[in-house]
Design a protein around this ligand. Structure first.
Ligand code: ATP
Length: 240
């Protein structure tokens, strides 16, 4: 008898190509509720495409994606947001001419069919209570990223896909985001975090998946990944 809980997410043999270019090649992994996994790899290795196929922005050419016990690889993005998958973007997608509060309210309204988000609690979580009535377009880069997270959280996700949230942030801002992501995982939200900043990633998880040219090179601890020959070669070239 296995004591492992059933995975929240399971990818099995996922393939994706654009024209003749194979971008994901037999990607398979699982994620449990409340677990954080880092998705790392050199530029162009397929990290964002992986989260794009999980969130329904792109459709995988073959392979399966099972979420919460249901096959979801043909379910469109807006429907996936309703059943518990949401994501942030490398460039935050906020409504710049609406206030912070309105941005959260719109996401809460459209995002989740049967459970309304507590907007005030969410504003506290993302530390934007004091900015609630400011226009989103007036926020700093860090605040835009927090609002993008808040927009995704307003839909009540069980799985949150976080795409390069650390880029351009200072150490204090990175620390704040890391603390928030850890808190979300403690509440049971599973997170896939695409990131180039390894120290930041190491502060939220040890579990990483390394992609190289669309293929999974390694799955395990961040420390072991940094010593793995194929991973080192992918990042620094064959001679490394
Ligand atoms: N819509 C698309 N049409 C054609 N090619 C695409 C498309 N999206 C991604 N690609 C290609 O797929 C490959 C993987 O891109 P992807 O954005 O997933 O990489 P990444 O690992 O996230 O890179 P980065 O770290 O630079 O963000 C790249 O060669 C990219 O040019």
């Amino acid at each position: 008898m296995s004591s492992n809980p059933p995975p929240l997410l399971r990818l099995e043999g996922v393939n994706k190509r654009f024209g003749g270019h194979v971008v994901l090649n037999d990607v398979s992994f699982s994620l449990a509720p409340g677990e954080i996994v880092g998705l790392v790899g050199p530029n162009g290795s397929g990290k964002t495409t992986t989260i794009n196929v999980i969130c329904g922005l792109y459709r995988a050419d073959s392979g399966s994606i099972v979420f919460d016990g249901k096959p979801v690889h043909r379910v469109p993005m807006h429907e996936l947001a309703r059943i518990g998958i949401n994501r942030t973007f490398q460039v935050p997608k906020t409504f710049r001419d609406m206030t912070v509060r309105e941005n959260i309210e719109v996401a809460a309204y459209f995002g989740h069919a049967d459970q309304r988000a507590d907007v005030n609690a969410l504003l506290r979580d993302i530390d934007l209570e004091a900015q609630a009535d400011k226009l989103a377009g007036s926020l700093t880069v860090n605040q835009q990223k927090l609002l993008d997270l808040g927009r995704a959280l307003a839909t009540g996700p069980k799985l949150l896909l976080v795409d390069e949230i650390g880029a351009g942030l200072n150490p204090a801002e990175l620390g704040g985001i890391a603390e928030l992501l850890r808190k979300l995982a403690q509440r049971g939200i599973a997170l896939i975090v695409v990131e180039h900043l390894m120290a930041f990633l190491g502060s939220i998880t040890q579990r990483v998946i390394v992609l190289g040219a669309g293929r999974m090179l390694f799955e395990g601890s961040l420390d072991a990944a940094s010593r793995h020959p194929e991973v080192v070669a992918a990042f620094f070239g064959e001679a490394a």
